[in-house]
Design a protein around this ligand. Structure first.
Ligand SMILES: Nc1ncnc2c1ncn2[C@@H]1O[C@H](COP(=O)(O)OP(=O)(O)OP(=O)(O)O)[C@@H](O)[C@H]1O
Ligand SMILES: [Mg+2]
Length: 401
């Protein structure tokens, strides 16, 4: 049976594509379909082979649609990579009615976007930081306030136009219409951060396969975002080279025996490393494995620290939340404490009804966050879901692509 409406989100990661379908039941968001396929044609968050990436996306969507028994044509997808940047923007409007209306807010946000964004970049998100009515600063909700001048301070998240276009081409090839493109770091934050953490100040790191996206929240608002090209694939690559084994075996060793802090490993612990081709397996010290992983993870955390140096430790009262598949690497929490001097926890995505257990893994944080993002950004009072247009159809005006 075909059901109408529903949300289709597709997280295009470097190692896997995850499609999720959400539906509203009894006023709640349910996950009714999930499809995961290995990501071919992607490198460090970007499409490098359109044909391969298209097939991977197709396979994930088909699995999810088959499970949810729906056929949706509107999609929300995701982007990451070091081409994603954040920059401030500011807009001003004169108040006609002496009282701020929702139309004034719309206008001032539109004027805040009209900053110099170069032709080769595309605007993904406009994130209001504060409004100023006449001389009063720090306003989060200005509607109804009296004044003659409304100012908006925003952060704009932009991405390289060509990267986004290549991604959209894959969906176009499948006859699907993309309604919005979400920055992966922002989506993951939706799934794993609590509102207290967002209020008090927190750094979220989505330590994935090809990229590590990060965002900072304070006072409930996203303040900073970035992405560094270091992920679990580099760790696996390092192990394969240093231990002289195949990438497949290195990945297995990392997941089954990996630890990224040498001081947690006993001197005499050893592991078997299969050789390449017919070469015999070798026994190596587990400390060596930990040293290799620790080096790369240290490098990642130092890179992120240098990107967020404008934010003092005291700003991040809640510390760090680690998500993404690589967040499960034992020892990571200790390293965060050592290098970033911040307490860390692992971020599992919010438990949504429906396919609750299947999605409860840090590597699905982005996809779950995308569903929540799509659902929460529906305008208030809008009926949902509707025939044809579906929930995502409603988002068209809200998302910038
Ligand atoms: N238990 C584990 N311990 C260590 N690493 C793990 C574990 N489970 C998964 N990983 C690693 O997580 C990575 C995949 O994570 P994830 O699915 O979040 O990435 P992605 O979304 O495909 O990529 P990206 O977001 O970087 O584009 C792989 O490199 C994998 O080796
Ligand atoms: Mg990811």
């Amino acid at each position: 049976m075909m059901r109408d409406g529903g949300l289709l989100v597709v997280d295009v990661g470097t190692t896997k594509i995850c499609a999720l379908i959400g539906e509203e039941r009894d006023g709640k968001l349910w996950v009714t379909g999930m499809g995961v396929s290995p990501a071919l044609g992607l490198k460090r968050g970007s499409v490098v082979n359109i044909e391969e990436a298209t097939q991977s996306i197709k396979s994930a969507i088909e699995k999810a649609q088959g499970q949810a028994k729906v056929d949706l044509t509107f999609v929300l997808t995701s982007v990451a990579g070091s081409h994603v940047k954040i920059q401030p923007g500011m807009g001003v409007v004169a108040l006609k009615e002496k009282e701020v209306t929702s139309k004034d807010v719309e206008e001032v946000l539109a004027s805040a976007q009209a900053v110099d964004i170069s032709q080769d970049r595309i605007l993904l998100h406009v994130i209001p930081q504060e409004f100023v009515v006449d001389q009063t600063r720090g306003i989060t909700q200005p509607i109804g306030m009296t004044g003659v001048r409304l100012e908006a301070h925003v952060q704009l998240i932009t991405a390289q136009r060509s990267h986004v276009q290549n991604l959209l081409r894959c969906f176009e090839n499948l006859g699907l219409e993309v309604d919005g493109v979400v920055f992966q770091g922002l989506a993951s934050a939706e799934a794993v951060l609590t509102s207290e953490e967002k209020d008090l100040g927190v750094l979220l790191i989505d330590f994935g396969g090809g990229t590590s996206d990060f965002v900072i929240y304070k006072e409930g608002v996203l303040k900073f975002a970035g992405s560094v090209p270091v992920g679990g694939e580099l760790l696996t690559g390092d192990l394969a080279v240093c231990l002289r084994t195949t990438k497949g075996e290195a990945e297995k060793l990392k997941i089954e025996r990996g630890i990224c802090l040498r001081e947690l490993v006993d001197e005499d612990e050893t592991i078997e490393v299969p050789g390449i081709g017919n070469r015999p397996a070798r026994s190596i010290s587990k400390k060596l494995l930990a040293e290799i992983l620790e080096e790369r993870v240290r490098e990642l955390l130092i890179l992120i620290e240098s990107e967020i140096k404008a934010f003092p430790k005291t700003y991040l009262t809640s510390g760090v939340v680690l998500t993404g598949g690589s967040a499960l690497l034992p020892g990571l929490i200790y390293l965060c404490d050592q290098i970033l001097d911040l307490p860390a926890r692992i971020g599992y995505p919010e438990r949504l009804p429906g396919l609750t257990e299947e999605i409860y893994h840090p590597q699905y944080a982005t996809a779950v966050g995308m569903l929540l993002y799509a659902y929460q950004n529906l305008p208030q009072g809008m009926e949902r879901p509707q025939k044809k247009e579906g929930l995502l159809g409603k988002l068209k005006k809200l998302l910038k692509i």
